[in-house]
Design a protein around this ligand. Structure first.
Ligand SMILES: Nc1ncnc2c1ncn2[C@@H]1O[C@H](COP(=O)(O)OP(=O)(O)OC[C@H]2O[C@@H]([n+]3cccc(C(=O)O)c3)[C@H](O)[C@@H]2O)[C@@H](O)[C@H]1O
Ligand SMILES: Nc1ncnc2c1ncn2[C@@H]1O[C@H](COP(=O)(O)OP(=O)(O)OP(=O)(O)O)[C@@H](O)[C@H]1O
Ligand SMILES: NC(=O)CC[C@H](N)C(=O)O
Length: 555
C-alpha cells in the first residue's frame, strides 16, 4: 500500500502482553513487533489500548513523571517508523483539555495524529473517569489516502462514535482494546462489533490485549469483521499473537475487506476458565518477580486444582507442595495428595501439625480452661498451616497460593490468617460446582501452552469424594452448608444476577436456606476485604466488581 490509488493493504493485529508501568519494556515489545511486521510485509500495525503503559494504568496516570516517560517512549517509537510500517499505539496523553486515553498514529518518523477515547467506562472493574477526561467525537485519520476510523474499546459499545466516523468518511473502523475476560464475553464483544458494522457498513478491526494484571486477565481473541458481517480473522485466545490480515478494496463498491487471514477456533467453557486461571497466575507470579509458588496440598479438590493450574502456568520445577497432616487427616487424603504431587511432578514435602496443635493446647490451656473445643481449635489448625507456608515462603522465596473457591469466599468458610494466607488465589472467582467440572476437563485435556503433564493431573477419587476440611472427626462440607449445586445456584442468583431473597424463594429455593446464605454472604464481607487477589472469571467477581460496605445493617 503506497498511495491512495492502491487497492491492497496489509494490517497486522498485534495482540501483545504489555506490563503495566514497564514503559521501557513495552516500548521494546512494540519495537520487536514492528520488526516482525516489517518482515511480514505489513503496512500498518495495530496495538491494544494504552499499549505503551499497559492497561489499566490506574492512578499512575496522576504522576507527571510517568506521563513524561510515556512521551519519551512515544518519541522513540515514532523514530522507528521511518521507512517501516506505520503503527497505532495507545498512550495516556496530555492535551489542553486534560489527560486523555489516546491512540496515536506513528508513521514516517513522527506522531501523525492523536485521537482520544470518548466513553470512559466507570462501572464494574473500571474507573477511567477517575484519571482521564473524555475526548471529543473523533474524525478519521487520513493516512496514505485511507481514512482510518479509530475508536477505543468502550467507544465500540455504543453507536455514536462509529456513526460519527462513518459520517466523516471513514473507510474502516479500528478498535484498540483493553477488554478483560469474563466467561462468554467474546460473544458480547463480537455482537457489539457486528452491530457497529451493520450500522456503518464498514469493516471493523478489534485488537485486544492479552495477559494478567492483578485481578484482571485479558484473553486476546482479536478479530476482524468484514463489511458483510462475516468473521474474517481471529487471533489465538490466551496467548500473544501477530495476526496478519490481507485487505483488498472492492473496485465495484469501494469497500475494504479482509480476504485472507487465520481464524482460530473458539474454546469451550471449562477450557476458558482453566486458561484464565493459568494465565492470571503465570503473569501475577512472573510480572511480580517470584521464583515460584508454594501451597498446602490436602488431597482435596481445591488445592489439587490450584496445584495443577500452578504447574501448567509455571512448570513443575517452580511449584512446591506441602502436605501438613493432623490427627484428623485421613489415609485417603495422604494417598491422594501424594498421587497429585506425583502426577504433577512437583516437589512434595510433609510437615505434620500435631506438635503445634499440642503446643497451642498447652499454651492456651490455662486461658481456655473449662471451654469446649470447637471452631477456635479448628482455626488453629488452619493457622498453623498458614504459618508453615509463610515460613517456607520467607525462607525460600516462593509466593503462597491460597485455594479458597468462590463458594467458600462467598459464605466466609475460610480462616483469616490461616488458609486465607497467600499472595494470589487462582480459584477465587470459581464456584465449587465449576471446580468439579474444570478438574474433570483438565484430567481429559491439556490446554495449549500448558507446562504440566499430558495425562490426568489428579486421581478420580479427588473429584468424586465428598469435600471435607478434616478439621475434626468425620467432618463434611455439607454438614454445615447446603449441597454445592444448591448453594452455587443461590449464590449466582445473589451475586451475578443481583437477585433478592424473595425472588430466589419465588424461583423455588427454600426460604430458610436462602436467608442463611444471604446472611453468610453479607457477614463475610470483612473477610473478603482481607483476602488475596484472584483472577476475575465471572460477570461479578469479589473485588472491584462488588463494592459492599463492611459495616452494613441492610438486611
Ligand atoms: N466485621 C468484622 N470485621 C473484622 N473482623 C471481624 C468481623 N467479624 C468477625 N471478625 C473477626 O474474625 C474472626 C472470625 O473469623 P475466623 O477467625 O476466620 O473464624 P470463623 O469465620 O469463625 O471460622 C472459620 C470458618 O471457616 C470454616 N473453614 C475454615 C477452614 C477451612 C474451611 C474449608 O471448608 O475449606 C472452612 C470453618 O468451618 C468456620 O466456619 C473473629 O474472631 C473476629 O476476630
Ligand atoms: N492436611 C493438609 N495439608 C496441607 N494443606 C492443607 C491441609 N488441609 C488443608 N490444607 C490447605 O488449606 C486449604 C483449605 O483446606 P480445607 O481442607 O480446609 O478446605 P477445602 O476447601 O476442602 O480444600 P481442599 O479441597 O483443597 O481440601 C487447602 O486447600 C489446603 O491448601
Ligand atoms: N477498556 C475498556 O474500555 C473496557 C470496557 C469494555 N466495555 C470491555 O470490557 O470490553
Amino acid at each position: 500500500m503506497t498511495d491512495a490509488a492502491a487497492a491492497r493493504l496489509s494490517v497486522l493485529l498485534a495482540q501483545m502482553n504489555p506490563t503495566v508501568g514497564d514503559i521501557a519494556g513495552n516500548v521494546e515489545l512494540i519495537r520487536r513487533t514492528l520488526d516482525r511486521a516489517q518482515a511480514a510485509g505489513a503496512d500498518l500495525v495495530v496495538t491494544p489500548e494504552l499499549s505503551i503503559c499497559g492497561y489499566p494504568p490506574e492512578d499512575l496516570v496522576y504522576r507527571r513523571a510517568f506521563l513524561e516517560e510515556v512521551e519519551r517512549g512515544v518519541e522513540a517509537l515514532a523514530e522507528e517508523t521511518i521507512g517501516r510500517p506505520a503503527i497505532l499505539i495507545g498512550a495516556p496523553w496530555r492535551m489542553e483539555l486534560g489527560v486523555v486515553n489516546a491512540v496515536l498514529l506513528l508513521a514516517d518518523g513522527g506522531v501523525q495524529a492523536v485521537r482520544a477515547k470518548c466513553h470512559l467506562p466507570n462501572y464494574g472493574v473500571f474507573d477511567e473517569q477517575r484519571v482521564f477526561v473524555p475526548g471529543p467525537l473523533p474524525e478519521p485519520i487520513t493516512w496514505k489516502g485511507l481514512r482510518l476510523g479509530v475508536l477505543v474499546c468502550e467507544d465500540m459499545w455504543y453507536p455514536d462514535v462509529a456513526g460519527h466516523l462513518r459520517a466523516t468518511g471513514a473507510d474502516m473502523l479500528i478498535v484498540p482494546n483493553g477488554s478483560p475476560f469474563e466467561v462468554d464475553k467474546h460473544e458480547v464483544r463480537l455482537n457489539h462489533a457486528v452491530a457497529r458494522v451493520s450500522e456503518t457498513g464498514l469493516p471493523l478491526v478489534y485488537v485486544n490485549q492479552v495477559g494478567g494484571q492483578d485481578e484482571l486477565v485479558f484473553d486476546g481473541g482479536s478479530f476482524v469483521v468484514n463489511a458483510d458481517y462475516a468473521l474474517a480473522a481471529r487471533a489465538a485466545r490466551w496467548a500473544e499473537d501477530d495476526l496478519l490480515t490481507q485487505w483488498t478494496k472492492s473496485a465495484r463498491f469501494g469497500t475494504w475487506n479482509v480476504d485472507s487471514a487465520r481464524i482460530e477456533p473458539q474454546l469451550d467453557r471449562c477450557e476458558e476458565i482453566y486458561n484464565a486461571m493459568v494465565l492470571g497466575t503465570r503473569d501475577y507470579v512472573g510480572k511480580n518477580g517470584f521464583p515460584g509458588v508454594i501451597l498446602g496440598l490436602s488431597g482435596g479438590i481445591d488445592s489439587a486444582l490450584a496445584a495443577a493450574v500452578a504447574v501448567d502456568a509455571l512448570g513443575p520445577e517452580k511449584v512446591r507442595c506441602v502436605m501438613m497432616p493432623s490427627p484428623y487427616t485421613s489415609t485417603h487424603s495422604l494417598e491422594d495428595a501424594g498421587a497429585i504431587a506425583q502426577a504433577l511432578g512437583v516437589r512434595y514435602d510433609t510437615v505434620g501439625i500435631g506438635p503445634a496443635m499440642e503446643a497451642f493446647d498447652a499454651m492456651l490451656g490455662g486461658l481456655f480452661g473449662g471451654t469446649a473445643p470447637g471452631i477456635t481449635e479448628e482455626n488453629i489448625q488452619s493457622r498453623t498451616r498458614g504459618v508453615i507456608l509463610m515460613a517456607l515462603s520467607n525462607k525460600f522465596g516462593p509466593m503462597v497460593l491460597s485455594t479458597g473457591n468462590k463458594s467458600e469466599m462467598s459464605v466466609g468458610y475460610a480462616t483469616l490468617y490461616g488458609d486465607m494466607n497467600g499472595g494470589y488465589n487462582p480459584l477465587k472467582d470459581v464456584y465449587k460446582t465449576d471446580v468439579f467440572a474444570v478438574c474433570r476437563w483438565r484430567n481429559a485435556h491439556k490446554p495449549a501452552g500448558a507446562l504440566g503433564p499430558d495425562g490426568p493431573v489428579m486421581p478420580d477419587r479427588v473429584i468424586t469424594k465428598p469435600p471435607s476440611a478434616e478439621l475434626r472427626e468425620d467432618q463434611k462440607d455439607e454438614d454445615s452448608l447446603p449441597p454445592y449445586d444448591v448453594l452455587d445456584a443461590i449464590l449466582r442468583g445473589l451475586n451475578e444476577d443481583q437477585k433478592g431473597v424473595r425472588e430466589l424463594v419465588a424461583d423455588g429455593y427454600d426460604a430458610e436456606v436462602v436467608e442463611k446464605v444471604w446472611t453468610l454472604l453479607n457477614r463475610a464481607e470483612y473477610k473478603r476485604r482481607q483476602a488475596p487477589p484472584g483472577v476475575k472469571i465471572t460477570r461479578l467477581a469479589f473485588g472491584r466488581d462488588r463494592r459492599y460496605p463492611i459495616t452494613n445493617r441492610y438486611k
